[in-house]
Write a protein that binds this ligand. Structure first.
Ligand code: G6P
Length: 476
């Protein structure tokens, strides 16, 4: 990386303000993206990276408290009015693009006014970026909230260097074409304003290239599309995690204590899962699989516990609220069916967990049951692997996650097949420590070698190369 300034654009800024007892403080997020960018080896001479995102606070709060957010970034919040933000975030982003790109077309809830809000929000962010942009800046746009943004910036700043990374799957053209032609071409053309478009897997990349071909008639060669003046390169960059953070945390005093407490409370076999509340995560199917196991193998009654942690998310959207009720009913039903006065098969928690609780759960469990029905990557699987210093524990992983491409030593399952998942649970419950170790060591080597730092470095290096190529072609 050289001295270029980095401009990051994502829907969420990596902090939030919290007011308790009339005292306002700032809570920094420890999400994957912020860790990735912080881990980049930026030269000391490089200017502070700038992070542009949508504010979930008012301009007044920002003016009053921005001094509290003083760290490695310069933050630039974009303030959207309530109606625009609702149509943009709850509407088009999370009720059209999210379900469609995760192969849930029947959950799509399309409204013209939401598309208008999506366009308005992208325009507002574009205006801010254009205002900030300096020559040689590298722009890195993140996720499905901003598919049109690369082209909007390009129209204002033809020679800008723009990278885009999609954190969710890019679906096959058969799914994308469910969007009206005008709408899908608008989204595809938006991405084609970037110099580099990154995906988690080669499949997603191929789906994009094929969609550009079939929808817009644009050919590609070796993963590159010539779009007028812009050469749009594409690549697969499977996002990683901060491996050492999770690996080392397993021995932290707080984690050791929490782990001991968990083991004491649940001395038998422990199965664990944690997800944001989302229909893509396959929680209902997972509960079906547990039920199938308990029905068919009564020898396990009273001898295992499934700790199911669901983290609240997008609760303003109807499908999410409904999902919560469905999960709670299923948990109650299964506990009622199999539980006794002294034992319940499922311990359900609907809340966030702290980092040390999370690592304690990863390291106390015998099986991590990670079975989304669709997931762009799934970092929970990688975090579980990284945290197992003891090289024990079995990962049961859905083959419909991006992570399954890298974690072939997990027990891979189709999450919709409850009997297959139940069989793999049974296999995992009986797996020898030796087999657990062999599978775990190989996965750990892979997760450690392509960590989040490597991911961010590879993307930025590839983006810099596109910049150098563009500059060289202008000189010629
Ligand atoms: C996914 C998306 C992210 C998003 C996260 C949490 O991982 O790819 O862009 O930030 O979910 O969702 P939320 O709607 O709470 O930001």
């Amino acid at each position: 990386m050289n001295d270029n300034r980095l401009l990051i654009i994502s829907y969420r800024l990596p902090f939030s303000f919290k007011t308790e007892n009339r005292v306002t403080s700032v809570k920094q997020s420890a999400g994957g993206l912020v860790t990735a960018v912080k881990s980049l080896d930026l030269p000391a001479s490089a200017p502070k990276p700038v992070w542009v995102g949508c504010a979930d606070f008012s301009p007044r709060v920002w003016e009053k408290y921005k001094h509290l957010v003083n760290d490695d970034f310069e933050y630039v919040p974009v303030f959207l009015d309530k109606t625009t933000n609702k149509g943009f975030y709850n509407g088009f982003s999370n009720s059209v693009l999210w379900p469609l790109f995760h192969y849930f077309p029947s959950y799509v809830d399309y409204h013209d006014e939401d598309l208008n809000a999506y366009q308005a929000a992208n325009q507002a962010v574009c205006d801010k970026v254009v205002e900030l942009l300096q020559p040689d800046d590298l722009i890195w746009v993140h996720d499905y909230h901003f598919l049109p943004l690369p082209m909007l910036i390009r129209q204002n700043k033809p020679s800008a260097t723009i990278g885009f990374f999609l954190h969710i799957p890019f679906p096959s053209y058969e799914i994308l074409r469910l969007l009206p032609e005008k709408c899908r071409n608008y989204l595809l053309n938006g991405l084609l304003g970037a110099n580099l478009v990154g995906f988690h897997t080669t499949d997603y990349r191929v789906h994009f290239l094929r969609s550009a071909q079939l929808s817009l008639g644009l050919a590609h060669r070796l993963g590159t599309i010539e779009n007028g003046q812009t050469k749009v390169q594409t690549g697969a960059f499977p996002i990683g995690i901060n491996y050492n953070l999770f690996h080392d945390a397993a021995a932290d005093q707080a984690v050791v204590q929490e782990r001991l407490d968990l083991k004491r409370s649940y001395p038998d076999k422990l199965i664990f899962s944690v997800d944001r509340l989302d229909y893509t995560k396959g929680v209902m199917q997972r509960l079906d699989a547990l039920e199938a196991l308990l029905r068919q193998h009564s020898e396990w009654l009273g001898k295992l516990v499934f700790i199911l942690v669901v983290v609240p998310s997008r609760d303003q959207i109807q499908t999410y609220g409904e999902r919560k009720q469905m999960i709670e009913q299923a948990v109650g039903r299964i506990n009622g069916l199999f539980g006794t006065l002294t034992w319940l098969p499922i311990v359900y928690r609907y809340s966030d967990v702290t980092f040390s609780q999370l690592v304690a759960l990863y390291t106390a469990c015998d099986i991590a049951l990670i079975t989304p029905v669709r997931d762009g990557m799934n970092l929970v699987a990688k975090e579980f692997v990284a945290s197992r210093q003891d090289q024990q524990g079995v990962l049961i992983l859905s083959e419909l996650t991006g992570a399954a491409n890298e974690l072939g030593e997990a027990l891979l399952v189709n999450p919709l097949d409850e009997y297959e998942v139940a069989d793999q649970l049974l296999y995992a419950l009986a797996m020898s420590p030796d087999e657990q170790r062999q599978r775990m060591i190989t996965m750990q080597e892979r997760v450690a070698s392509y960590d989040v730092k490597q991911w961010a470095t590879d993307f930025i290096d590839a983006l810099l190369t596109t910049q150098q190529d563009e500059q060289a072609s202008r000189v010629i």
